[in-house]
Design a protein. Structure first.
Ligand code: DGY
Length: 351
């Protein structure tokens, strides 16, 4: 445990976690850790991190920090744990961690509801022309005739007399997808299709249990093509990384229903932005709601996707509720502290 010339383990934190959470580190009665925090209000500078991580026993990071061999080498062999304030861990080289016997803490569960909520919001925004109509209001262009029978009409998320069967499609069917499905049932969704990592085993008993509990007619694992063809809303809620890159591409989008909407609240890398812009421009699908885009942070203001009236884009705020972010930050700290003091981590990943 000893490092940096003192008997106290050093904890490096790549962002100030706020006045409610930082005291868990800074005001410990035992005064048994040394803390170093990147305290500027922007993503942690890589050079600063490489210079200051030396001797750390724990490293608390965000999705904006790349944890790779270079950083782990700079930290040194005493590093016990990397604790990320996120459920996703594409920014962490898990192979390098496993090789060095470094633990990985993350923050599942606590953000499930916030991201499921925003997935529904994006489905509604995409279907109901939120982006186009809000822009009109913001530009002072609310039409004088105000209300007209079919003005600004979109696609209804709820089941209706003309569409009594509603099919939700999920690329990835983990906790957030299942929580999103639970929210769709009161909207009248009757069927659920999903795809999973090909290496994961089918789970028909879990699926039939979800179907019974939630008044769904069926919950079925299918191939990507079937999911594209049959879903009224496709939710992208799978991890990023090479295996899932561009799963939603031209071929997928062309196979979707013209009336369907696409929601991505996981990682931008799963959706080919150029193909999506084309799909919207040419009417292959109705709309899209994105909380993430390829190559974020940011998307050029003149990117065709930004110009598409039926594409609502948010700046990766899926988990951004005060309640959830407090829980995520607290869990990230508790994971780090547990690991350095040889306790069970509240949420660690098997590497
Ligand atoms: C996560 O936790 O991985 C989210 O993307 C951050 O909101």
């Amino acid at each position: 445990m000893a490092n940096n010339g003192t008997s106290r383990p050093k904890v490096v934190v790549t962002r100030d976690l706020g006045p409610e959470v930082m005291p868990l580190l800074l005001n410990r009665a035992e005064k048994d850790i040394d803390i170093l925090v990147w305290n500027q209000d922007r993503a942690c500078d890589r050079t600063w991190l490489l210079e200051n991580v030396a001797g750390a026993s724990a490293l608390i990071v965000l999705v904006t920090d790349k944890v790779d061999a270079e950083l782990l080498n700079a930290a040194g062999p005493q590093l016990r744990v990397v604790s990320t304030m996120s459920v996703g861990y594409e920014h962490v080289n898990v192979y390098e961690l496993a090789r060095r016997n470094i633990k990985l803490g993350y923050t599942p569960d606590v953000l499930t509801d916030a991201v499921a909520d925003i997935s529904i919001m994006l489905a509604l925004m995409a279907g109901r022309n939120a982006r186009e109509t809000m822009t009109i209001v913001n530009n002072g262009q609310w039409p004088e005739y105000n209300w007209a029978p079919f003005l600004f009409c979109g696609r209804q998320l709820s089941a209706s007399r003309s569409s009594p069967i509603r099919v939700a499609g999920f690329i990835g069917f983990g906790r957030i997808a299942q929580a999103t499905l639970a929210r769709l049932v009161p909207f009248g969704f009757t069927d659920c299709l999903y795809t999973s990592n090909p290496s994961s085993k089918p789970n028909p008993s879990r699926d039939s249990q979800i179907a019974t509990d939630q008044r769904l007619r069926s919950v079925r694992r299918v191939d990507l093509q079937t999911l594209a063809e049959q879903s009224d809303v496709v939710f992208v809620l799978a991890p990023g990384g090479d295996e899932t890159a561009n799963l939603v591409n031209e071929g997928f989008l062309k196979s979707m229903k013209k009336t369907a909407v696409l929601v991505n609240a996981s990682r931008g890398s799963l959706v080919d932005s150029d193909a999506l812009a084309k799909a919207l421009r040419e009417g292959w699908i109705w709309g899209a709601g994105l909380d993430v885009v390829k190559g974020e942070p940011g998307i050029a203001a003149d990117h065709p996707l930004v110009k598409e009236p039926r594409c609502a884009i948010l700046p990766h705020i899926g988990s951004a509720t005060i309640e959830t972010r407090l829980e995520m930050a607290t869990l990230a700290v508790n994971n780090a502290l547990a690991a350095i003091f040889d306790k069970d981590m509240p949420a660690s990943l098997d590497l």
